[in-house]
Ligand binder design. Structure first.
Ligand code: XMP
Length: 507
């Protein structure tokens, strides 16, 4: 398989470069900027991209890739900070300029390869503080803006290119086309990253593992696809466990047991550990502590199951690429946003090795695989649900009453969206609850009740999300139903914050 590696210099958009490239069926992988030359040779990429980043090549501690990378004879594309690195490395001059953020008009001076077929002018999204004042010898300017004279440069002889703007963001017109030109025309990468190919390759790799595999399934698409891939590879050596941690959606445990029983031939066991999880969470208010407790309790339950039903060598999890990046374990400079419990949070005493066959994939890629593996539509269309369950949707202590409110209100949200034909159009929809209260009037009585927070978002990969502009009549029905059917609730609010700066889950 041909591969493009993206060296991550810390831009918040780095992962989007991979995302865009994979959209035209070429495998792209984000790697830390200081990846060693030997490691790159091992990966054997077809081309290299330097991402943007917050640093300046002037800074003493500016991140610099290993020198030998430039001599590998591989095509290189530098974006923003990556562009300045290239200018600097080949003997040009970078100067501090006025910060330029937002959209600029890029005028194409030469459309031979990188900027081929994108038109004479395009809107390009800039986000930088430095610019190339003097381009290195052997390079030519292939595009400029009013303020950046060398917004795009090329040394066709070396196959090295630099662009000051971000082609990976949707605000850059023809941005994907520019990446496509680099990957397909300059690097001549083959478009061989298909989900059918991924399934074959993964099943083949998995069929080589020795020992038994324990897979925690949640009823979500990620863990289901993980289990199915492993089952295809090793059959009966896989055992799936579904843990009822008491933090699931209303009646979810019954529903999942039925779907698995009716559709799949895998070993499947339900472990009821609700009392244990809820007991450990009693009195705990801090969000990260709650996540940690849930993660550890999962570990304990799995370990107990493993001892009783083993021996197992592996624990399989449906970790996806965004979880890996957000948890800051990709090795890049991205900071830890939330400690997703299914990444790197397993206690050492578990004694099982971790198997994460989907850790390179985005959600929509997993959905495609689910179709290939004939996962029932009903399960595919379920919204993602966080591993720590309702503990992250209940702000403050998880109490039986707040759990009940959260479950029933979320069911109302989901049902009303389904009735309006909107459930499958949105990314996630749920109700959250905390300790805030507000006064209401019920009949002639004043009541001091809970506030329920509704969150409905649109997203393509959970990395960014926007709040869904739900029709007012749907919101009204949701609010009426919740306040009528859940006695303690007096107010219903709707969340209008996008991600960033908010996250999808409240904790
Ligand atoms: P945030 O809240 O970080 O969520 O914007 C992004 C997506 O990830 C889900 N999520 C989790 N999934 N373990 C998971 O398996 C977790 O700890 C976790 N936290 C958040 C969330 O529902 C959303 O789809």
């Amino acid at each position: 398989m041909d591969k493009i590696i993206v060296l991550d210099f810390g831009s918040q958009y780095s992962h989007l470069i991979c995302r865009r490239i994979r959209e035209f069926s070429v495998y792209a992988e984000l790697v830390p900027y200081d990846i060693s030359y030997d490691k790159i040779r091992e990966i054997n990429p077809t081309g290299i991209i330097f991402s943007g980043g917050p640093s300046s090549v002037y800074n003493k501690d500016a991140p610099i890739p290993e020198e030998k990378i430039f001599d590998m004879g591989l095509p290189i594309l530098g974006i923003c900070y990556g562009h300045q690195l290239i200018v600097n490395k080949y003997g040009g001059k970078v100067k501090r300029a006025n910060k330029e953020y937002g959209s600029s008009l890029l005028r194409v001076d030469s459309d031979e390869d990188l900027l081929n077929g994108i038109g004479k002018t395009v809107r390009a999204w800039m986000s930088h503080g430095d610019e190339a004042e003097q381009i290195p010898e052997g390079f030519k300017v292939i595009g400029h803006t009013d303020s950046a004279k060398a917004a795009a440069i090329a040394s066709e002889e070396r196959s090295v290119y630099g662009i000051q703007f971000h082609p990976e963001v949707v605000h850059t017109e023809q941005g994907t086309e520019i990446l496509r030109n680099f990957v397909l025309k300059v690097c001549k990468a083959r478009q061989d990253w298909t989900m059918e190919g991924f399934v074959d390759m993964t099943v083949e790799k998995l069929s080589k593992i020795e020992g038994n595999v324990l897979c925690g399934v949640s009823g979500g698409i990620d863990s289901t696809v993980t289990a199915l891939l492993i089952h295809k590879a090793i059959g009966e050596r896989l055992k799936c466990v579904f843990v009822n941690n008491g933090l699931l959606r209303l009646d979810e445990e019954k529903e999942i047991e039925k779907i698995f029983g009716d559709n799949f031939e895998m070993n499947f066991t339900v472990v009821d550990a609700a009392d244990a999880f809820l007991g450990k969470l009693r009195g705990i208010e801090d969000p990260e502590k709650k996540r940690k407790i849930v993660g550890e309790e999962f570990g304990r339950v799995f370990s107990e199951f493993a001892q009783e039903n083993g021996p197992f060598r592996w624990l399989a999890q449906g970790t996806l690429y965004p979880d890996v990046i957000e948890s800051g374990v990709s090795g890049g400079p991205a900071s830890v946003i939330k400690s997703h419990h299914n990444v790197g949070g397993l206690p050492d005493w578990l004694g099982l090795e971790v198997l994460e066959p989907l850790r390179e994939l985005y959600k929509d890629e997993v959905r495609e695989i689910a179709k290939i593996l004939r996962v029932p539509e009903k399960l595919c269309m379920r919204h993602p649900f966080p591993g720590p369950g309702l503990s992250v949707r209940i702000m403050g202590e998880v109490t039986p009453r707040k759990l009940e409110i959260c479950k029933v209100a979320s069911k109302i949200v989901e049902d009303e969206l389904s009735k309006a034909g909107l459930y499958e159009k949105v990314w996630q929809a749920y109700a959250a609850v905390g300790d805030d209260r507000a006064v209401g009037v019920v009949g002639d009585e004043r009541r001091y009740g809970n506030i329920v927070v509704i969150r409905v978002v649109d997203s393509v990969d959970a990395m960014t999300a926007d709040w869904t502009r739900l029709p007012h009549d749907v919101l009204e029905k949701i609010s009426n139903k919740i306040t009528n059917e859940i006695e303690d609730v007096t107010w219903v609010t709707y969340t209008i914050s996008s991600k960033p700066p908010a996250t999808i889950e409240p904790q």
